[in-house]
Design a protein around this ligand. Structure first.
Ligand code: H2U
Ligand code: ZN
Length: 353
């Protein structure tokens, strides 16, 4: 007997983390009484004299940004981690212990333009961002005390982003953080048992079935993973099995700029809003030696659920027990597949397709 996954509550296993997500598609039938608001699009200037990321402006600590043309990277003036922090505050205690942690935090301005986002930048400009990520990754990961480099972007005020100027961050850490260590372990266990890479095996299934694929090109596939927690979460996977950003060829980088633009345009078009999200790259930990089990990937975690103002809250059962979703990953992927790859702001009043 085949089960109709659109009708029955079920759990889906996430082989990357070992977690499960509860999927309750039958709840989509319940009445929705929330209000759907049409947001006022903010119109921002190309240059904002009060923005601490715009070219030529002064930052909070008095430093002056150069007049940059494409990307600009600087060490975070309010960094959460400090380099080579001496181990002075180590407490050896079973319950109330501490461990030393050092690292480097960088801010990456994606563009000199204050008024656009990655989705609205042209492919050439996004390609500069890709190259900047790789150069930063190479530089930070080669340092002696750095074991992991997390590249990420928090987009939108709803995600805690403090400034609409297009930018991301990089935190390079002395430790391998928990989330990455967990993905490392699960990929390693799979490789040990099957002799193949978990995410490459997974991608082969997804490309043959197609139902969760959003968009693709010769080098990359964007899909809503089988185990997605967030309504429109996506996973960006390279077709070749590569462990880290530094292994991307020139043509992989071109293709990444192409797919990033196409995915983010679909996101913006979905609810006709600059789509908020947290995204980030997971490369293999930097000093781990053998990385045959790792496949580089990017996670996109957007919070919106139903409209430009109605978001998914990870509260209640999700906070206390396990993540849960109503909309199936297949339906979410279908909705994103239906979107145009021409940004709604440029589609001459033709929303949607
Ligand atoms: P978010 O908006 O994604 O938090 O990123 C902005 C970062 O920029 C934030 O981490 C840093 C903040 O510490 N920042 C500077 O480094 N210099 C400044 O003058 C202001 C903000
Ligand atoms: Zn700015």
């Amino acid at each position: 007997m085949t089960i109709d996954l659109n009708d029955v509550p079920h759990r889906r296993y996430n082989p990357l983390t070992g977690e499960s997500v509860l999927v309750s598609p039958h709840r989509m039938k319940r009445p929705w009484q929330g209000k759907v608001e049409i947001p006022q699009e903010d119109s921002r200037p190309k240059y904002d004299e009060k923005c601490y990321l715009c070219p030529g402006n002064e930052r909070a600590n008095g430093a002056i940004n150069p007049v940059y043309d494409n990307t600009y990277v600087f060490t975070n003036d309010f960094a959460a981690l400090l380099p080579d922090e001496p181990n002075k505050n180590v407490i050896h205690d079973e319950l109330l212990g501490t461990e030393p942690e050092s690292g480097i935090c960088r801010v990456v301005c994606f563009s000199p333009r204050h008024d656009i986002t990655l989705a609205e930048m042209d492919e050439r400009a996004i390609r500069h961002v890709v190259e900047t990520w790789i150069l930063e990754y190479l530089n930070l990961s080669s340092r002696e005390n750095i074991h992991y480099v997390q590249i990420f972007e928090n987009k939108g005020a709803i995600m805690g982003c403090s400034n609409p100027h297009p930018h991301g961050q990089i935190w390079a850490t002395g430790c391998v953080p928990f989330e990455v260590e967990r993905e490392d372990r699960h990929q390693y266990e799979w490789f040990k048992a099957k002799g193949s890479c978990l995410l490459s095996d997974y991608l082969a299934i997804e490309t043959s079935r197609g139902e969760r694929v959003v968009c693709e090109n010769d080098a990359w596939v964007a899909l809503v993973p089988w185990w997605a927690k967030w309504p429109f979460e996506t996973l960006l996977l390279p077709r070749r099995t590569i462990p880290s950003l530094t292994e991307l060829s020139e043509s992989d980088q071109d293709a990444l700029a192409d797919l990033t633009k196409r995915l983010l345009t679909r996101y913006d078009n979905l609810f006709q809003v600059s789509f908020p999200y947290t995204m980030g790259w997971h490369s293999a930990p930097c000093k781990s030696g053998n990385t045959d089990h790792w496949c580089l990937h990017a996670h996109y975690y957007p919070p919106l659920l139903r409209s430009s103002t109605v978001q998914k809250f990870m509260v209640g059962f999700e906070m206390l027990a396990m993540p849960q979703r109503d909309l199936t990953p297949e339906t979410a992927a279908g909705m994103l597949r239906e979107q145009s790859e021409i940004h709604y702001k440029h589609s001459a009043g033709k929303p949607g397709k």
